[in-house]
Design a protein around this ligand. Sequence first.
Ligand code: 13P
Ligand code: SF4
Length: 311
Amino acid sequence: MENVIENIKELKTKKSAIILVHNYQRPEIQDIADYIGDSLGLSKKASELTCKLIIFCGVKFMAESAKILSPQKKVILPNKQAGCQMADMVTVDELKQLKSKHPDAAVVCYVNTNADVKAECDVCCTSANAVKVVQNIEAKKIIFVPDKNLANYVQRFTDKEIIPYNGYCYVHEKITPEDVKQARQIHKEAVIIVHPECRKEVIDLVVAERKSCSGGTDEVLSTDGMIRYAKSSNAKKIIVGTEEGILYRLKKENPDKLFYTLGPARMCKNMKLTTLSDVYFALLEEQYEIEIDEQIKDRAKRALDKMLDYT
Ligand code: 13P
Ligand code: SF4
């Protein structure tokens, strides 16, 4: 392993490449990151960087967003099987059908969508800015794809009519209200933080019975929101309702605090596909390059740029 890491570092310097890593990646991949973050943070970072080569350790829609925002850069996804099951739940045809049923609605699409779907929407959002995006958009009626749970979460903050699609994240869907109740019984002095991709019943419980303990309050947060929360709050015990990979970073950056998964550890299998050896070959052979049809790229960029303007 030492050798692979050395080889990665050497190649990265030689090619002036930057490695971007999502918070759910394997620990050894997090350890070689130049930047680590959530979908929003990494998209922004990609557009600010001056390098020509980006190795994106995450899933395909994230690497696509980086490419769309930085079309002049070469963006590499080290493991081409790393997709997102939620992103694949909505197709362009399905979205077009929904649009024809609600011709007066604007379309907001979660960044967890494929590039061709982004090209069909008015504005994108991430879990960190979905509420702000919906509040900023002029339309009173909004089609929201693909995550029904994020759509329901956003609905709590607006009078606008949100028309949710039926997509969901199979990882967050596994977290149950029972997990919340049990965690509260077992760790009486801990706070609970959950991702907005969790089921409505889970978020209902967290929000309705929002508990404060010495130093913290239960919250609904994006993955970077969780990282910031852990650093800034005085809570010493934090129960985390999202993909288990984030616990590695939380523990590493907050050695004085205790972190637990909400229920059993839930793993996104695609987030765990990328290995050190994949990263080495990604740097060596510059594969697998993200390529997007020019027209799709331009239209998807409009939706992503609008999101960045709003936030
Ligand atoms: P974040 O943008 O909060 O990192 O979420 C991405 C994701 O895929 C959650 O499942
Ligand atoms: Fe997609 Fe869920 Fe995996 Fe995130 S955790 S990449 S939403 S399948």
